[in-house]
Design a protein around this ligand. Structure first.
Ligand code: DX5
Ligand code: ZN
Length: 229
């Protein structure tokens, strides 16, 4: 996996048909998705429950490219090996999920996955300042995590601060929550390269009518790329 800062669209399967994950993953990839974003929620760190490592393992054979697993769970460490064995390429943990995020990121890399760190809207960029050399991705939440389809919260200043902090390091900036054609330009311009989008990608389509997925992905990519500097 080579590092680059081109715009990558990562549909969140939280907005997919839960009875049809395999086909949904294949459909969004066939329609131009770069990564597939997989939201794991525990009903404890966030007020919603989605699914766990067994589901991730079941989905894996249906994804040709990157499986990007976003853990909204606490604690994280006891489950890292299970998600790595499920075939996650990226495993992202929240800085707010426990007192030892540095150890968690080391453990994720130790398990053979790329290590991501996520920041809730209320958490400053400085929380990851001393983690950037052991991190492959910083996920800036632009909603309070737990649910798809929420309104975008503007984190432009935080994204710009992170972009400057990261400098030449091979660390992705991912934006998660409320990304659509209207908000993608702002976050891309501020320095983001991975755009997670759930409702804005899956809206209007289905596995039997996947064309709208492609239209939605192209529209977000074009909106973001037009202003990317
Ligand atoms: C929020 C999740 C997001 C979410 C994105 O807790 O981490 O990935 O599903 O969904 P939209 O794009 O609908 O805001
Ligand atoms: Zn997510």
């Amino acid at each position: 996996m080579t590092f680059d800062r081109s715009i990558k669209i990562a549909p969140s399967i939280l907005a997919a048909d839960f009875a049809n994950f395999g086909a949904e993953c294949a459909a969004v990839e066939a329609q131009g998705a770069d990564w597939v974003h997989v939201d794991v929620m525990d009903g404890h760190f966030v007020p919603n429950i989605s699914f766990g490592p067994t589901t991730c393992a079941a989905i894996r054979p249906h994804i040709k490219g990157i499986m990007d697993v976003h853990l909204m769970i606490a604690p994280v460490d006891p489950y890292i090996d299970a998600f790595a064995q499920a075939g996650a390429d990226f495993i992202t943990a929240h800085v707010e999920a426990g007192p030892h995020i540095h150890r968690t990121l080391q453990a994720i890399r130790g398990a053979g996955a790329k290590a991501g760190v996520a920041l809730n809207p209320g958490t400053p960029a400085s929380a990851v300042e001393h983690l950037l050399d052991i991190t492959d991705l910083v996920c800036v939440m632009t909603v309070n995590p737990g649910f798809g389809g929420q309104k975008f919260i503007d984190m432009t200043d935080k994204i710009k601060t992170l972009r400057a902090m990261i400098g030449d390091r091979p660390v992705h900036i991912e934006i998660d929550g409320g990304v659509d054609v209207n908000t993608a330009p702002t976050v891309a311009k501020a320095g983001a390269d991975v755009l997670v989008a759930g409702s804005a990608v899956f809206r209007g389509g289905s596995v039997t009518n996947p064309g709208p997925y492609g239209d939605n992905i192209r529209a977000i990519r074009e909106a973001a790329s037009g202003v990317y500097v």
